[in-house]
Design a binder for this molecule. Structure first.
Ligand code: ADP
Length: 198
């Protein structure tokens, strides 16, 4: 079974992803994929340089993500151009990792994708699992984790699809507003219900 794991920012997706890894599940992480596809020698990096210039690279030829982030910040057209290069490569990377995992005998594969619904990637999985918390807890945990002011945290939360919208799209959900133990209980229940094993 292929699972798409997602959540709003600071809702606990990474925490649940780690719990699953601890249980031996194979997790294929979109953030890792997006770093892998821009490594030196990858066609995506060459395309980025063609579009945005050599100044996007550090001396050693690796991508200066901060600089690239600054260039696309507030420029919808450039952001779209960049996504059109990166997104297909990320999907290809993740699907190839999935094929490898299946060939190695894995029965359950978890795609960990922060913007699963925003990027319309639910088709990649057979079922989607949403990790959610209340808006108050989301704000508090995001401020604590990243040291953001309330405004900085709110801006980031509001740039995403509202959790209530994500709830309508998800097949399964875990409420991570309580303790980690409560979350573990729900996770075990979900795994048992779907009879999922690594
Ligand atoms: P995401 O990956 O969705 O952005 P994280 O897993 O990083 O979210 O969780 C956000 C923050 O909240 C982290 O600092 C994490 O340690 C903390 N956290 C996650 N789940 C809980 C919980 N059930 N109780 C208390 N803190 C939690």
């Amino acid at each position: 079974m292929i699972i798409g794991l997602t959540g709003g920012i600071a809702s606990g997706k990474s925490t649940v992803s780690q719990l699953l890894k601890n249980k031996g599940f194979t997790v294929i992480d979109a953030d890792i994929a997006s770093r892998a596809v821009v490594m030196p020698g990858q066609p995506v990096l060459e395309q980025i340089v063609q579009l945005f210039g050599n100044e996007m690279l550090f001396q050693d030829g690796t991508l200066n993500r901060k600089k690239l982030g600054e260039v696309i910040f507030g420029d919808e057209f450039k952001r779209k151009q960049l996504n059109e290069i990166i997104h297909p490569a990320v999907r290809t990377w993740m699907l190839s990792e999935k094929d490898k995992a299946i060939a190695a005998g894995c029965r359950t594969i978890i795609f960990d994708i922060p913007l699963l619904f925003e990027s319309k990637l639910a088709w990649m999985a057979e079922r989607t699992l949403l990790i959610y918390v209340t808006p108050e807890i989301q704000l508090e945990r995001l401020m604590n984790r990243n040291g953001y002011t309330e405004k900085e945290a709110m801006d980031r939360i509001e740039s995403q699809m509202p959790i209530n919208e994500k709830k309508k799209l998800a097949d399964d959900m875990i409420d991570n507003s309580g303790t980690i133990d409560k979350t573990k209980e729900q996770l075990d229940h979900w795994l048992a219900q779907l009879r999922l094993s690594p």
